[in-house]
Design a protein around this ligand. Structure first.
Ligand SMILES: Nc1ncnc2c1ncn2[C@@H]1O[C@H](COP(=O)(O)OP(=O)(O)O)[C@@H](O)[C@H]1O
Ligand SMILES: [Mg+2]
Length: 472
């Protein structure tokens, strides 16, 4: 069964014209696949780590559209991994099927077919928050951002109130959809797991750099406060345009980046995104209270039901038949690509490192390796026990370049560490620290070279040089 491209009425297989409006059935536009003899996969809505999501029509309920999530086999390499992935998927399906919240898509079915596992859920028309941000630019107006934050507080609060609590764990713009009515829906429970209380440490680290709390990277137990962290990051991004991946775990104060952000909002974001979970709000209710004192909240609750004005400029994800690939206006002339000059007045470029940090890194590594070689050569001379050993002289000469380069690397590393430019990159500080450490190692190895030389030889540097040139 397919739907008419003109009036969306169902057209039975083998019928050449729409029974409602008479439009000719488009040729070669059949479903990608039919599952369970019922769900016709029409087109791919998205693809990611856990699998693909398809838009599907239903042969049994002809007016209904579903989003069908397929678990991809591509990433599963061993039978054991496959088994645990299938279990995780079924668990996710059962978990979601019993949830009911306006900000979550309803899950209605799950099944396995031909070695793949499928989750059937309510199709959410509209776009992801990521698309929206790319299309409309950042920062967003305060009332719009707070209206969204309020909805996310609601649904996360609902998830956390489950027994046992459900931690969403991967809140980010690509996993939040906005309907044309301005209602948010959290999609992608691919990494959501029931939080098992009393477990010392989560066995799997999940998350997306920038949005995920530090404890999600194996430093401790994740709980409701990890979702609070991600919501704080998301709100910070909406209000400032700052890319959180540019400075993971170090967000500049929102009020400093955008003076239009009120002090109490900036303070609430700072507290929500504190690296120490103990310092964060302990619940979504507490965070919402800080963001939306009662009167403002009532007003925003009313506003959130209306589509934001800018929505009119967005092409809505309408499902078939009108949403043929290519009809989406992303990147169309006039659109505002995220990160383009002007679209993010407060944005920080997401650079990975700086030249200074890279120079320190490589100079340090090369110096340390070179000095280690010099030590090995000198040590060989010492083992040979020959005071006139060529090894000793050659090793002493070898030690000179890294003796200069090592301290230089350490110095460059220190400069890079204190530079603001490096602090705004993802790996800059790490590279600078490696530069300092490796430069220091080169110096320590040099001390070892000096310690080894007198024990094996009385040869001075000049004599060593003469020895080497004679030998050559
Ligand atoms: N219920 C839904 N309705 C409409 N589109 C959806 C739905 N669920 C997911 N999508 C789309 O598919 C994309 C990928 O889905 P997601 O569940 O995030 O899977 P992944 O594990 O691949 O990240 C989303 O970003 C969204 O665009
Ligand atoms: Mg996703």
């Amino acid at each position: 069964m397919m739907n008419c491209p003109n009036c969306n009425a169902p057209i039975a297989p083998g019928v050449a014209f729409c029974p409602e409006c008479g439009t000719r059935r488009p040729a070669g536009d059949g479903p990608i696949r039919v599952l369970q003899g019922r769900y016709e996969l029409i087109r791919k809505l998205g693809q990611g780590g856990m699998g693909s999501v398809y838009l599907a029509s239903d042969r049994r309920l002809s007016t209904v559209r579903w989003a069908v999530k397929e678990m991809s086999d591509a990433l599963i390499t061993s039978p054991l991994e496959r088994h645990s992935a299938v279990e995780a998927f079924r668990h996710e399906a059962e978990l979601l099927a019993r949830l009911s919240h306006p900000n979550l898509p309803r899950v209605t079915d799950h099944f396995s077919e031909e070695g793949k596992n499928y989750l059937v859920m309510e199709f959410v028309p509209g776009h992801t928050l990521l698309d929206y941000m790319q299309r409309n630019g950042l920062p967003r107006p305060l009332d719009e951002a707070l209206g969204w934050a309020s909805q996310i507080c609601d649904v996360l609060g609902y998830l956390h109130s489950q027994q046992p609590p459900i931690i969403f764990r991967d809140l980010k713009p690509a996993n939040v959809m906005i309907t044309p009515e301005g209602q948010l829906k959290l999609v992608d429970f691919g990494i959501a797991r029931i939080f098992k209380q009393g477990q010392a440490k989560d066995t799997q680290a999940y998350g997306t750099m920038g949005y995920s709390a530090p404890e999600q990277y194996g430093r401790g137990q994740t709980d409701a406060r990890s979702d609070i962290y991600s919501l704080g990051v998301l709100l910070h991004q909406l209000l400032t345009g700052h890319d959180p991946a540019a400075t993971p775990f170090r967000l500049p104060p929102a009020g400093a980046l955008n003076p239009a952000v009120p002090a109490h909002i900036s303070a609430a974001i700072a507290r929500a995104t504190d690296n120490d979970p103990q310092q964060r709000f302990s619940s979504l209710a507490e965070l919402r209270q800080a963001l939306l004192p009662t009167s403002g909240f009532v007003q925003l609750q009313g506003q959130q039901q209306q589509a934001p004005a800018v929505w009119a400029t967005l092409p809505v994800n309408p499902g078939p038949p009108s949403a043929a690939p290519g009809s989406q206006a992303y990147g169309a002339p006039g659109s505002q690509p995220y990160g383009a000059p002007g679209s993010q007045p407060y944005g920080v470029p997401a650079r990975t490192t700086t030249g200074l940090a890279t120079a320190a890194f490589w100079l340090g590594i090369v110096s340390a390796a070179w000095m280690a070689l010099a030590l090995a050569v000198v040590a060989t001379g010492a083992i040979a026990g020959d005071p006139e050993s060529l090894f000793t002289g050659f090793g002493a000469l070898l030690a000179f370049p890294p003796l200069l380069a090592g301290p230089l690397a350490a110095l460059l590393g220190v400069f890079a560490l204190v530079s603001k430019e490096t602090a705004a990159t993802i790996n800059g500080r790490r590279h600078a620290a490696v530069g300092v450490a490796a430069g220091t190692v080169a110096l320590l190895l040099c001390c070892a070279v000096i310690a080894v030389i007198p024990s094996s030889s009385t040869t001075t540097g000049a004599e060593s040089a003469a020895l080497v040139s004679y030998w050559i």
